[in-house]
Unconditional design. Sequence first.
Length: 185
Amino acid sequence: MLERDWHSYRAFQLRQLAMPQEPQDLPEGVEPWDEDPGAPFDRWPGLAAGIPSPAGADPDAAARTAIARLTDGPYPLPKPHLALVPATRSADIPAVMGWQAEAPLPLLCALLRSWEDRFGARVVAFDGAMIHVSVARPPRDADHATHLALEHVLTGADNVNDGTVPYPDYAASLVNSPVWSFWWD
């Protein structure tokens, strides 16, 4: 399924790059954004490799830290509430809860399960159509993050695909990032 989505994404990306760009009327002193090159893969690269679990990389501890960051950080979640969800894995929480968003729920839950195994990810919070995931073992270098960012793009999340953050910048933001957040409008 991801490979099929990759082919659709790649076709769209190639069409966008082939379209002539219209000059923009920008205020004086404002530089135009560079064209987003998108994912740098000419063929489906498969899933990004997982990070081995070193001593001290406890997914549950990372989840507690992420929750503290999301509730006490510079942009705290408004009025957080604790919920107990009868799910065996945190990746199943969106489906068990019947979470409603424009997210492709079966694909998202499958990716969340895979990220649990490969990166020690845990679903830790929802805020409307936004989901927050703690990450115990995030990518440590730009190449790995660039590969992983493709999986994030294929979720269809608006914060990844809205064109405000170029693909290389989004990928760079994943390096050593203990929280991944996605939203769908």
